[in-house]
Write a protein that binds this ligand. Structure first.
Ligand SMILES: NC(=O)c1ccc[n+]([C@@H]2O[C@H](COP(=O)([O-])OP(=O)(O)OC[C@H]3O[C@@H](n4cnc5c(N)ncnc54)[C@H](O)[C@@H]3O)[C@@H](O)[C@H]2O)c1
Length: 320
């Protein structure tokens, strides 16, 4: 079986490739990645040169390249992790987000349709649902309406809708997963946990938006990879699955946990003006994934955060 993983040199795609290469010996993986600033080829170093793994540098918006790759490789499965992913960047300039996250998905869908792939899986996000009030205790289900609050999440929601339309119009076989925040090794330092860890390591101030009251849910990236594998191989075609560990924490409390783990001072916290349109709380209902696919996360937040911290401490050259 041949699988194309796009964006596989990024934080989550590389975890997925490392996982599948161990759990599914029968799967041949081709990774297509444009190698943007967010990628890190060291995340794939254990696989380079190994049988059953091929890396190709290229952009999913490059229609000629994508079509010739599909023609040559005849993929069974496409898993799309490729995207521009940092909300703050999308607020400064949305155009790369529209290109990669919408146009690029359109190119992959056209190639998937033309070459008759058996499953197109889109890695989407909880952010497509918009946010919940801080005091709310409810969670979004897969049937909640899409209500994105920033250009990044709007581009991801647009991609989800494009996929649903290709299913209805052309019967394209798909699944979509929508996950809460991931954390773990090899994440770019622009994101909250690596940003705070690397700044703590240098005794630099820790910028926290507003009062840090926004609530996020977190799942370890390796648990996310296991969930995507289950959806791909056991999930129902034409379905959307939410992915979460159920663990939620205010940003300020997360920063304080990292301060405590590193033995630094809370005086390093520096409250900065809020992100425009900052989503308040994300929370996903994951009954569907649990009930249909018996998925439950295996890494607790406490354990995962300590592991992630010690990974960054050991690999500080990777995160500078
Ligand atoms: N990080 C999270 O917490 C989170 C949560 C839910 C969903 N997601 C989604 O998961 C996916 C992966 O996220 P991540 O955190 O690993 O992102 P990342 O920014 O770490 O990696 C993205 C990868 O995609 C590649 N890429 C970007 N544009 C490309 C293009 N046009 N063509 C080919 N490659 C391209 C980059 O080079 C990079 O290797 C994204 O689709 C994101 O929307 C992320």
């Amino acid at each position: 079986m041949k699988m194309l993983v796009t964006g596989g040199a990024g934080f989550m795609g590389s975890s997925f490739i490392r996982h599948i290469s161990k759990s599914r010996a029968d799967v041949e993986i081709v990774c297509l990645d444009a190698l943007t600033y967010a990628s890190d080829m060291r995340s794939l170093s254990s696989l380079i040169g190994r049988d059953g793994f091929t890396f190709i540098k290229g952009d999913i918006t490059d229609r000629a390249l994508v079509f010739s790759l599909f023609e040559k490789e005849r993929f069974d499965i496409v898993v799309n992790y490729a995207a521009q992913t940092h909300v703050d960047n999308s607020i400064k300039d949305s155009s790369p987000f529209l290109e990669s996250n919408i146009i690029g998905v359109g190119v992959l869908l056209d190639a998937s349709r033309m070459f008759g792939i058996k499953r197109f899986h889109q890695v989407s996000t909880d952010e497509v649902y918009g946010d919940l009030p801080l005091e709310s205790t409810s969670s979004f289900t897969e049937d909640s309406p899409l209500c994105p609050g920033n250009p990044y999440s709007a581009s991801k929601a647009a991609a989800d809708l494009l996929i649903l339309s290709y299913h209805r119009t052309y019967s394209l076989p798909f699944t979509i997963s929508r996950s809460v925040n991931n954390y773990g090794p090899f994440q770019n330092v622009e994101k909250l946990i690596p940003l705070m860890i690397t700044r703590l390591m240098r005794n630099e101030t820790l910028p926290v938006y507003s009062r840090g009251e926004n609530i996020r849910s977190w799942i370890h990236v390796d648990d996310h990879s296991r969930a995507v594998e289950k959806i791909l191989f056991n999930g129902r075609e034409g379905e959307i699955y939410n992915i979460s560990s159920g663990f939620e924490i205010r940003n300020i409390d997360l920063v304080k946990r990292l301060i405590a783990l590193t033995g630094k001072s809370e005086d390093l916290i520096s409250y900065v003006s809020d992100r425009p349109g900052h989503d308040r709380r994300y929370s996903l209902c994951t009954k569907k994934l649990g009930k249909e696919l018996s998925f439950s996360p295996s890494i607790s937040f406490e354990e995962g955060l300590e592991q992630t911290l010690s990974w960054y401490l050991k690999n500080s050259d990777l995160s500078s």
